[in-house]
Each structure stands twice: as structure tokens, then as C-alpha cells.
Design a protein around this ligand. Structure first.
Ligand code: NAG
Ligand code: NAG
Ligand code: NAG
Length: 763
């Protein structure tokens, strides 16, 4: 098998929604044969008489797919000027399905999908070695009956989509989108990814061609601002946005470079510029020239994007067997301060839209279709404002009600068998509706709540008493978060302030500083071991943005910030302290944005994002202990959709998965055990979670894996040994041995296993 290089993120889009039924066959088209032309050149192409395909690659090269003598699938590159023999070839193992080649001539990206296969591989084509460099490997749910490429002008360039392929399966057409992970994806047009592409106006009429005319179709920019207002039918008149390319026949098309693109691509006027809503930032890139040939090629070789080692993180919805389906009567209008639902290793608690503040409890170990009959619920008796599980007792659920009371419920072992009407404890004190509640991360039985009465209260659940009342808020409290050492509490408030409290010392904030401008909502989380506060909110132009503040000096303002996108719902962060990766998504979103947060510049390193097939109602992350380290999962969440609860895992593509990836799994705090009791904490004691290793006893750390010479990438050995003279074979074997011997100073194995080494892409 070829190594996996998920440089490009290829993901089948939307499971149900965007799958469309295959259209009806075209009515039979009659083809009239005009002349029998003489053949100008011919060659014995493929050794086997099975099915084969051909297309023009760049310059004068042709690319064929077919089978060799021993029925291996093979791809060959030919120089059309001399068809005596192919110039490059590569085999892909035996299989009966023909490889269908799809080439994007602008970028030189080639998709190969085998008939009947459940995989589509993407390569970069080059006429030199290596001839095919793999950039992504996309597994599809169903096998291919055919594939086709969507025209470049239809791509979602603002999402850094560089290619879209449609896969025909037995019953569906499934789009597969190729996106380059970029900072500001969704905001900016990344010109370096989009060399000008062939436009839609014919270069000449049939008669002209017949009389010997040779002209290229004019190239057009993919910049959204340079698109014609309405999709025009091909016309003779070049639109003002199109460029004059009369002089250049792009000999370098497959490298993604029209030879004359740069100087000519500035539009003559801003006429016909239709601004896409997401480009309202008005960045000057709107009128930047197209990339130079070198730039474009470089972009595709290095994918200049983020440098985080988590940049190739993959979000995957687990198999249907693990889903809970037929969920009904969800309350989809939970308040903005509430995450929508909550989950722990055993249960998910979901507020229902049934009178009396009812809450459904789903048992994770019992996936499948829920019965149509009404399920037993927790009857909170008043509408649910917020709810969360006790981190140290998987059966204990705290629910804040609209009646200013907090009810603590005990779910019986094994889940709800009958409706619960009596709570274990009721916490009373707030005088108005509650916004949100949060358990203490280290001390048991300690809960904090914020309310419309503008107070934040601390409760000791050992006796149900209020133990502190924090003041100082002048408006709605958007979010509260405990510091990782459990000493401090931070709040973000609609009054534009971030406040840090030391609740055991004072009821007034110990620090106060400016927060985000926006008034639409915000969340806060401590990152980098408590050094910084990450606030997700809105900027004054209502764009969703992330801000980093120094926890030790709030008054000094924003340390770093990044704009994410435009959407009405607040991004809810989940921070994995082991990796420093933060996952952000809003209720009603499809995308989960992922960043690695580093304590120095550039602070935010964007990783590839996950897109759910349809808008979700919330994502609830589970304790680290739920990650399957054998699959290199670094985070696991439950995703609530309109009718299902589905596990989503975030994992790292690694080659040597039989080893424990110790570079990704430092010893993790046992967050599910209390470090101390509420009374101890209230008596000024502090605690820490013990740390435990995630390594299963039978796995060897990858850092201790035996060193080995890296296998030559992309090329199966058959490629080197096939159809060569004995002399050539000898030379290559010798070379290979020298390469092995010269590898004594290899980097740690895991370094060569993650994604692609950067230097690998240098010319
Ligand atoms: C075509 O290629 C073959 C082998 O690759 C070579 O022997 C031959 O000379 C070439 N012919 C021309 C006209 O260049
Ligand atoms: C909000 O974000 C947009 C897009 O990045 C930016 O143009 C604008 O200046 C930002 N506003 C503020 C006040 O930061
Ligand atoms: C859903 O919950 C919210 C907040 O508790 C409440 O205002 C709303 O009435 C509930 N919706 C239904 C249909 O019960």
C-alpha cells in the first residue's frame, strides 16, 4: 500500500443532504463520423488488452492508465513527440477495476479512482522523479461506478477548496471536496492556490479551427471579486474581468502557471465584481495579481499553511452502529450560555422540548434506534437553563432552572428505567434565572453558578450551602471557567470586561481587563497551563474571533487574535491540555475549527477543520480516557444532531500505528477523580490530579521503535525493477543500499511519520 499523505483534506461531503440521485441518461446522441483521419503517430501502449484511459497532461505529455502484463494497474506518462516508449510508469497492484484519471491542468493534481474501489487518491504529477507524489488518500463509503471533476469556476474558493470530484456510486452522487488547510480559510481568497483557469468563452469558432486556427481559451481569475455578475452563457465578447492572453499559450499548464498571468491579471475595472459575503473584510487581496508560476507551484508543493504538528488532524464520525438514533423532541432553543447538551463517559443528557423541563438521558453503551414510545426522563419541572455532569460522579447531573434553582439529580446505575421526579438536592439563593453552572475541576462537590441577578455564587454540594457570592458584574455573564490549578475563576461579561476572581480570598475580582467588543456572546477557557485566557467572541463587525489574553495581566489587553468566520452562534471551545489543541464549534454549525495554541508567536496555528454532514446542535467532548490510542485519537466528542447522537473522533494520521505515539500522549491528568474535597478546598488546600500514562501495556512507544531506513516514498519496488536492463537494476539496487547505509542519523521515527516532511517538497 502507498503511504498516506493527507496533505490535502479530501472528505466526502454531506451524507444525505448533498447526495443526489443520478440523473437520467442523456438521450442518445448521434455521432456522425466525418472523415477517417490518418494516424500521425502510434505506439504499443499498454501490455494488456483490458480497459484503459488516456488524457493530455502538461506540455506535450500524455497520461495513460491501464494494466501491465501481469494485470497490475499501471499509470504511464508519455511524451507525445516520441511515442517509442513511455517516459515514466508506476504500478498500483492488482485489481480488476480500471483507474479513472482526472487531471486539474492548472495545478497538476491528478485524482485516480478505481472502478469498484472505495478510495480516491490524489497525486501531484511531474515529468521528473518522482512522477507521481501522493498528496491525499480519501476513503469513500461506497464503491465508485464513475468519477468526474467539477469545473474550477464552481469551487468554493473562500474555503480553500482546490478541487471537487463527484463520485458516482450505485445509488448516489457523492461530492468529494479537496481543501487546503489555511489560516483564515473562509475569509480570504488565497491567490497562491488559484492560478488563472480556462474561461468559458470559446477561443474560436469551429470554422476557424478547421481552417488551421490554433488559439487558447482565455484564462480567468478564480477570485470571487472578479467573477462576472451572473453566470453568462459563453459569448464572443470577453467580459471585462477576463484577461487578454492572446500572446501566451500556456505550455506550463499542469504546473499551474499561465506564463503571462501576473502582469495581465489586474482587472481593467472593478466592474462585474460580485463580492461574496464572506469577503467583506475588504482585504486588499481583492485586487492582488494572480500568483506567479513559481508561487503557484511552490504553494502546491509545500501547502504553506499552518506548521502545527496537528495540522493534518482528521475528524471522523464513527460507524453507524455506535449512533443513537430516532432521538425526538429535542429542545433546539437552549440559551446561548448553555452548550445545548452534556455528556460523560457513560451518558448524554439532552433537554427536551416537552413541557416541564424534561431531560432525556441516553446511555452510551446502548447505541441503536430509540423506541417510538415516550422515554423515561428527568422531570426538572421548570425549563432548563444549563446542565452539566459532575466530573467525579458519572451519575450525578446538575441542572440550572429558569426558577433560579439548581437541582442535582442522581441517575440510577444503568440509566433511567423510569421517570425521575425527585432531585437529590436543590440549591437556592439566586433571585433570578440562572445563565450557567460549572463544576470545580479538582475539588469534589463544588459548583459555581451565574445568574440574571448579576451575581456568581459558589455552592458546596456536601451540604447544599452557598459558600461565596461574587460581585462586580454589570451585565450578563457570558461564561465562567476555573483555572487549571483550581484557584481562580474567570468570567466574561456583556459589559465588555473579563474578570478573574480568587473566590476564597475576595468577593471582588482580583483582576479586570477589557474583553471582546461584541455583545453577542462569548466563551472563555484557560490555555497553556493557565498562562493565557482564550476568549471566543465576536469583534465589532460581528465576525467570530478568538482572542488571547495574558492571565497574569488582563489589563494589558489582547496578546493575539484571529478572525474565524461570520456566523451568529458563539464558538464553544474545548481545550485539550495534553496537546494544546482547541476545538471550536457553535450550535447549528457544520464546521469544527481546530487550532493548536502555542505560548509564543504566532499563538494560533490553524489545523484542518472537521465538517459534519449536516448542521449539528452541539458537540460535547468526553474525558481523555475515552480516546482510543491505537487509532491515534486525541479527542472524542458526542455530536448531537436533530435526531441522533453520534461519536466523532479526532485523530492523527500516523503510519506506525502499531506503536504508542508517545509524542502525542504525555501522561494525562486523571480528571475523573477528585484531587480534594470541597471542604478541604474551602479551607485553602490545593490539589492536583495524579497523572497517568495512556500507553497500553502491549504497545511500545514510537520513540523506542527500532530505527529503520525510510522506505523510498511513493514507489513500490516493482517500479524500480521492472522493464529495466540488468545494468540499470544493479545500479538501482546499489543506490538503495547506499541510501540505507547513509541513514544512520535519521531523525526520530515519529518525526518522519507525521504528515510530510517539509523538505520533502523542496525542488
Ligand atoms: C525516441 O525515444 C527512443 C527511446 O526513448 C530513442 O531511442 C529515439 O531516438 C527517440 N527518437 C527521436 C526521434 O528522438
Ligand atoms: C473584525 O474583523 C474583520 C475581519 O478580519 C476586520 O476587518 C475588522 O477590522 C475587525 N474589527 C475589529 C474592530 O477588530
Ligand atoms: C427550550 O428551552 C428553553 C430554555 O430553557 C425554553 O425557554 C423553551 O421554552 C424550551 N422550548 C420548548 C419547546 O420547551
Amino acid at each position: 500500500a502507498l503511504p498516506q499523505h493527507p496533505l490535502l483534506l479530501a472528505s466526502p461531503i454531506a451524507q444525505q443532504q448533498s447526495r443526489i440521485r443520478p440523473c437520467q441518461h442523456f438521450p442518445n446522441v448521434k455521432i456522425k463520423r466525418l472523415f477517417a483521419l490518418s494516424v500521425s503517430q502510434s505506439a504499443a501502449c499498454l501490455q494488456n488488452n483490458k480497459d484503459s484511459r488516456i488524457l493530455w497532461a502538461k506540455d506535450d505529455f500524455l497520461l495513460t492508465t491501464g494494466f501491465d502484463r501481469v494485470r497490475n494497474r499501471e499509470v504511464r506518462l508519455w511524451d507525445s513527440r516520441n511515442l517509442t516508449s513511455s517516459v515514466r510508469s508506476q504500478t498500483f497492484g492488482t485489481s480488476s477495476g480500471t483507474l479513472i484519471p482526472l487531471l486539474d491542468a492548472d495545478t497538476g493534481l491528478l485524482v485516480l479512482a478505481g472502478m469498484g474501489d472505495t478510495v480516491a487518491d490524489c497525486f501531484e504529477v511531474s515529468t521528473s522523479e518522482p512522477f507521481l507524489s501522493q498528496v491525499s488518500h480519501c476513503l469513500t463509503e461506497m464503491s465508485s461506478r464513475g468519477v468526474a471533476m467539477v469545473p474550477k469556476l464552481a469551487l468554493d474558493v473562500m474555503s480553500c477548496e482546490v478541487m471537487r470530484v463527484l463520485q458516482l456510486t450505485d445509488n448516489y452522487i457523492v461530492p468529494i471536496s479537496y481543501q487546503v488547510p489555511r489560516k483564515n480559510s473562509g475569509h480570504d481568497f488565497h491567490a497562491d492556490l488559484y492560478p488563472d483557469t480556462a474561461g468559458v468563452s470559446p477561443a474560436m469558432a469551429a470554422a476557424e479551427w478547421w481552417q488551421g486556427g490554433n488559439k487558447q481559451v482565455q484564462k480567468v481569475s478564480l477570485h470571487p471579486d472578479k467573477q462576472p455578475k451572473a453566470a453568462k452563457a459563453p459569448s464572443d465578447k470577453p467580459s471585462p474581468a477576463r484577461k487578454d492572453l492572446s500572446s501566451g499559450e500556456s505550455k506550463d499548464a499542469a504546473r499551474g502557471c499561465s506564463t503571462s498571468s501576473s502582469p495581465l491579471s489586474t482587472p481593467t475595472s472593478s466592474a462585474a465584481a460580485s463580492r461574496s459575503p464572506s469577503s467583506t473584510s475588504g482585504l486588499s487581496s481583492g485586487f492582488l495579481p494572480s500568483p506567479s508560476p513559481g508561487q503557484a507551484a511552490k504553494a502546491f508543493q509545500t501547502f504553506l499553511g499552518p506548521t502545527s504538528k496537528f495540522r493534518h488532524i482528521q475528524g471522523v464520525v464513527l460507524h453507524r452502529d455506535t449512533h443513537i438514533t430516532n432521538v425526538r423532541d429535542l429542545n433546539l432553543t437552549t440559551p446561548g450560555e448553555c452548550d445545548g447538551f452534556c455528556a460523560n463517559s457513560q451518558y448524554a443528557a439532552v433537554p427536551l422540548a416537552i413541557a416541564g423541563g424534561q431531560i432525556a438521558i441516553f446511555t452510551r453503551s446502548q447505541p441503536g434506534k430509540l423506541p417510538d414510545v415516550a422515554l423515561p426522563t428527568i422531570q426538572n419541572s421548570v425549563n432548563v437553563a444549563d446542565l452539566c455532569w459532575d466530573p467525579f460522579d458519572t451519575h450525578r447531573l446538575a441542572v440550572a432552572g429558569e426558577d433560579a434553582k439548581i437541582r442535582v439529580w442522581q441517575v440510577p446505575k444503568g440509566g433511567l428505567k423510569e421517570t425521575l421526579t425527585d432531585s437529590e438536592l436543590i440549591l437556592q439563593g439566586h433571585t433570578e434565572k440562572i445563565y450557567s453552572i460549572k463544576f470545580h475541576p479538582l475539588a469534589s462537590d463544588l459548583l459555581v453558578s451565574s445568574s440574571y441577578d448579576l451575581t456568581v455564587r459558589l455552592w458546596n454540594l456536601e451540604d447544599g450551602e452557598q459558600v461565596q457570592l461574587l460581585t462586580g458584574h454589570r451585565d450578563q455573564v457570558f461564561c465562567m471557567a476555573w483555572s487549571p490549578d483550581g484557584k481562580q475563576l474567570v468570567t466574561v461579561c456583556k459589559d465588555g470586561k473579563i474578570r478573574v476572581y480568587d473566590p476564597r480570598k475576595s468577593d471582588a475580582p482580583v483582576q479586570e481587563g477589557p474583553g471582546p467588543d461584541g455583545h453577542r456572546g462569548a466563551r472563555v477557557v484557560w490555555v497553556c497551563e493557565g498562562k493565557y485566557l482564550l476568549v471566543s467572541g465576536f469583534n465589532s463587525s460581528s465576525e467570530r474571533a478568538l482572542y488571547l489574553y495574558s492571565a497574569a495581566s488582563l489589563s494589558s489587553g489582547v496578546v493575539a487574535s484571529v478572525c474565524v468566520d461570520v456566523s451568529p452562534s458563539t464558538l464553544i471551545p474545548f481545550y485539550d491540555q495534553d496537546t494544546g489543541v482547541v476545538f471550536l464549534t457553535g450550535k447549528g454549525d457544520t464546521r469544527v475549527h481546530i487550532y493548536e495554541i502555542v505560548p509564543e508567536d504566532p499563538y494560533f496555528e490553524e489545523c484542518s477543520s472537521f465538517k459534519s454532514p449536516e448542521p449539528h446542535k452541539g458537540l460535547a467532548f468526553l474525558p481523555k480516557s475515552e480516546c482510543n490510542v491505537r487509532e491515534v485519537e486525541i479527542a472524542v466528542a458526542l455530536m448531537l444532531t436533530k435526531t441522533t447522537v453520534e461519536p466523532v473522533v479526532f485523530k492523527m494520521p500516523r503510519v506506525k500505528r502499531e506503536f504508542f505515539q508517545d509524542d502525542l500522549y504525555p501522561d494525562t491528568p486523571a480528571c475523573w477523580e477528585p484531587a480534594l474535597s470541597a471542604s478541604a478546598w474551602l479551607n485553602n488546600a490545593d490539589g492536583q490530579h495524579r497523572k497517568i500514562s495512556m500507553r497500553p501495556a502491549d504497545m511500545t512507544p514510537v520513540s523506542e521503535a527500532p530505527k529503520e531506513a525510510p522506505v523510498r516514498k511513493y514507489m513500490p519496488s516493482t517500479f524500480y525493477l521492472e522493464e529495466k536492463t540488468d545494468e540499470q537494476k544493479k545500479e538501482e539496487l546499489l543506490e538503495a543500499m547506499v541510501a540505507k547505509l547513509g541513514n544512520m542519523d535519521d531523525p526520530l521515527p515519529q518525526e518522519s511519520f507525521e504528515g510530510v516532511d517539509d523538505d520533502e517538497w523542496d525542488d
